[in-house]
Ligand binder design. Structure first.
Ligand SMILES: NC(=O)c1ccc[n+]([C@@H]2O[C@H](COP(=O)([O-])OP(=O)(O)OC[C@H]3O[C@@H](n4cnc5c(N)ncnc54)[C@H](O)[C@@H]3O)[C@@H](O)[C@H]2O)c1
Length: 418
């Protein structure tokens, strides 16, 4: 059977993760071209793919000035670059696997959606959670009505204090103007997954939240600009302690593709990753809530929170006859009808690949391969652009509400104004 071919634009954390799927699906997929404006990233990704030099491109312009090289282009550059890269790739004839968020600007989302429609391109947005055993099992239980009619959902994204500090204080998503509001950057997944799980659209929402802690006024006395010389004791955000203790695991490869002690220390000396978390120019919120009214009176409370030990998502779905609940990282899902026994579903018994977003990276790529080959399978969960756009509209509406002090937003009215 013909392999589905991929060209990848942006060989950072995400682009490299998608390239790595070729090792999982060697008979089904082939990465035939890669582009990044940092040679060190291209070389690192090519260590295991061994593409010839003429298939490595030193930036977006270089690959997008070629004719179409593959069936699908993966757009894995930064949020603010998606519009330009996605539109140019579609004009060349590519179907896309587009990293979320679709874009960091509302008008760009509308433009990318219209362009895909006009050109007849298939665009799948990387809402990897939909492809995990955890959420698919919950979706199955809800669809089978094991706890009756769903009345309410409580969901929490526990970002984790260390992930929050790495990505949203020091890292790529610390400034809204350069990246995205937090509710879009981190929670477009949640805005996608919640209505999908219960099969109800969001009708109204409002939101509260702020950047409360990671700012100058909370800086401990004597803290220095960079953590190296800092005398503040037991700081959980001390960069050398944090990164050196995690080598070579996530997120050290983001600091350097070869995360050894020398390279990490050099990155901490020269990049934001070595700076004090109270002396950055970050402006994205560190905690936010969204209250939603979904169809048929279903209510939902969602929280994004940076102040947690664990990095996970938890969910509780309450129906007329019982509850379904779980913690993403525990690899278990539970349900219980009122006054009856608790049922435990051990996901390790039904799934073997929990790598990359709990198996979501592999699940997404495999569904894309099957879709592209024309396999006969259920495509109702696939995150096509128009489905994904709804989650982005919810995120932008929530952000507008938060900025307006929690004002109620009617989703139909919000979308009608776009
Ligand atoms: N699906 C998910 O769960 C998920 C998780 C994390 C990030 N993301 C999203 O994925 C995207 C990529 O994030 P990342 O963490 O991989 O970031 P990253 O910074 O690690 O990777 C982006 C890469 O793009 C390259 N690049 C920048 N400008 C370029 C250009 N003009 N031409 C070619 N390459 C260029 C950079 O050198 C970098 O290697 C972002 O939109 C991010 O929000 C999605």
């Amino acid at each position: 059977m013909k392999k589905v071919t991929f060209a990848i634009l942006g060989m950072g954390n995400r682009g490299t993760a998608y390239a790595g799927r070729q090792l999982k699906f060697p008979e089904e997929m082939e990465v035939v071209a890669m582009a990044d404006n940092r040679r060190v990233r291209l070389d690192a990704a090519n260590k295991y793919l061994n593409l010839p030099e003429d298939r490595l491109f030193d930036g977006a312009d270089a690959i997008l000035s070629q004719p179409k090289l593959a069936d699908i282009m993966v757009i894995a550059t930064q949020d603010a670059q998606h519009r330009d890269h996605a539109v140019r790739a579609m004009e060349l004839g590519y179907d896309l696997l587009l990293e979320k968020p679709i874009s960091n600007k509302l008008e760009d989302i509308v433009y990318i959606t219209e362009t895909a429609k006009r050109l007849g391109r298939t665009v799948i947005v990387c809402h990897v959670l939909r492809y995990t055993a955890f959420y698919r099992e919950i979706k199955r239980l809800v669809s089978e009505g094991v706890v009756g009619k769903v009345q309410s959902v409580e969901a929490m994204e526990q970002v984790g204090y260390y992930h929050y500090a790495h990505s949203y204080v020091r890292g790529n998503w610390h400034k809204e103007a350069d990246s995205s509001p937090m509710i879009l950057a981190k929670c477009s997944h949640d805005m996608d997954i919640i209505p999908w799980l219960v099969d109800k659209k969001c009708l109204k929402l409002n939101s509260f939240g702020s950047l409360a802690y990671f700012k100058a006024e909370n800086c401990p006395e004597g803290a220095t600009e960079r953590c190296f010389d800092c005398k503040v004791e037991n700081c959980p955000f001390h960069a050398p302690n944090f990164y050196l203790s995690r080598m070579p695991g996530w997120p050290t490869h983001i600091l350097h593709p070869e995360p050894n002690e020398e390279n990490i220390l050099e990155a901490l000396r020269t990049s934001n990753y070595g700076k004090c978390v109270f002396k950055m120019d970050n402006d994205v919120v560190d905690h936010q809530t969204v209250q939603m009214l979904l169809e048929d009176g279903v209510t939902c409370t969602f929280q994004m929170i940076g102040f947690t030990n664990d990095q996970t998502r938890t969910i509780r779905i309450m129906g007329t006859e019982g509850e379904i609940w779980g913690d993403f990282h525990s690899r278990k899902v539970y349900w219980q009808c009122f006054n009856q026994e608790v049922h435990e579903i051990d996901l390790e018994k039904i799934c073997t690949d929990f790598s990359g977003h709990g198996g979501g990276d592999s699940g997404l790529v495999y569904d894309v391969i099957r879709l592209y080959r024309g396999d006969d399978f259920d495509t109702s969960a696939i995150t096509f652009l128009n489905r994904s756009a709804e989650s982005h509209y919810m995120a932008f509406a929530a952000e507008a509400s938060r900025v307006a002090g929690g004002q109620l937003v009617d989703m139909e009215e919000f979308v009608a104004k776009l």
